[in-house]
Design a protein around this ligand. Structure first.
Ligand code: APR
Length: 256
């Protein structure tokens, strides 16, 4: 059964060399960005994921889906990394290797200062053409086009955000690297995810299977809570700074 104290969790990972932080939408909640499966405010309680987050849905109504992503982009651009993102970035001062593996597309981990971020589900800050043949476009690449959604400057296909939609493969290199890091890490922090969307949700199980200490940070229990070594109940913006403070205390007065 998972313990649930920050001090115990800090003691358990105090000597870790490599840390993976696996994050989901909950880590950005305190930045004002909605999660997906919150019963009241979740994005999927207002929109149909099959309409808004599939290739078929985009092809069916490109302008509606494009406008929705532009709305979400506006929210993210106005958002700031919260204390949880910043605590995660501070882990890099406490451990030799810290890799953030995120399901989020908002780029807030990078803005908070994390330097090694694997974006498993892509990013809303880059664009691709419809079947992701040509990728890595920036918004400036379409500044000269009136049409919305814009067209791929290379092949003329519809442009889309470079995000992974339901039914699409995750970027292979990112997934491979995330799986390797999850199998090799000494500890994994699982922050703000319901851990129900695979293959990403297999990563904490990979870490548990490889003998890593797994610390979940979430105000609610999840499918992972009973298997985690520690399940710390609370918002990331509160719990993560407490965990970092406890780790910094240990650095000052290690108990041998
Ligand atoms: N701090 C930490 N966790 C929080 C907070 C918070 N302040 N607020 C909510 N949470 C938790 C919720 O309890 C929930 O367990 O964050 C989790 C969010 O779960 P989801 O909404 O399912 O988001 P996520 O797990 O990231 O979804 C995975 O599903 O729709 C796809 O591609 C999308 O990447 C997304 C994937």
């Amino acid at each position: 059964m998972a313990e649930n104290s920050v001090e115990a969790a800090a003691r358990a990972i105090g000597r870790a060399r490599s840390i993976v932080v696996f994050s989901g939408a909950g880590v950005s909640r305190e930045s004002g960005i909605a999660t997906f499966r919150d019963p009241e405010e979740g994005i999927w309680s207002k929109y149909d994921p099959m309409e808004m987050a599939t290739l078929e849905g985009y092809v069916r109504d490109p302008s509606f889906v494009w406008t929705w992503y532009e709305h979400r982009f506006g929210i993210v651009v106005d958002a700031e990394p919260n204390l949880g993102h910043r605590a995660i970035a501070e882990l890099e001062e406490l451990f030799p290797t810290v890799t953030v593996v995120t399901q989020n597309i908002d780029g807030l981990h990078q803005r908070a200062g994390s330097t090694d971020v694997i974006e498993l589900h892509g990013t809303m800050h880059r664009y691709a053409c419809l079947h992701r043949k040509h990728v890595g476009f920036k918004r400036d690449d379409f500044a000269d086009q009136e049409e919305r959604p814009p067209r791929c400057p290379v092949c003329g296909d519809l442009i889309r955000p470079e995000v992974v939609w339901f039914g699409e493969a995750l970027p292979a290199a990112e997934l491979d690297r995330a799986q390797l890091r999850s199998a090799a890490c000494d500890a994994m922090l699982v922050v703000g995810t319901s851990a129900v969307v695979f293959p990403a949700a297999a990563l904490p199980l990979q870490a548990i299977h490889s003998g890593a200490t797994v610390i979940e940070v979430n105000p609610e229990p999840t499918a992972l809570s009973r298997q985690a070594t520690f399940s710390l109940r609370g918002p990331g913006g509160e719990v993560l700074p407490q965990l970092v403070a406890a780790l910094q205390e240990r650095r000052k007065a290690p108990d041998g």
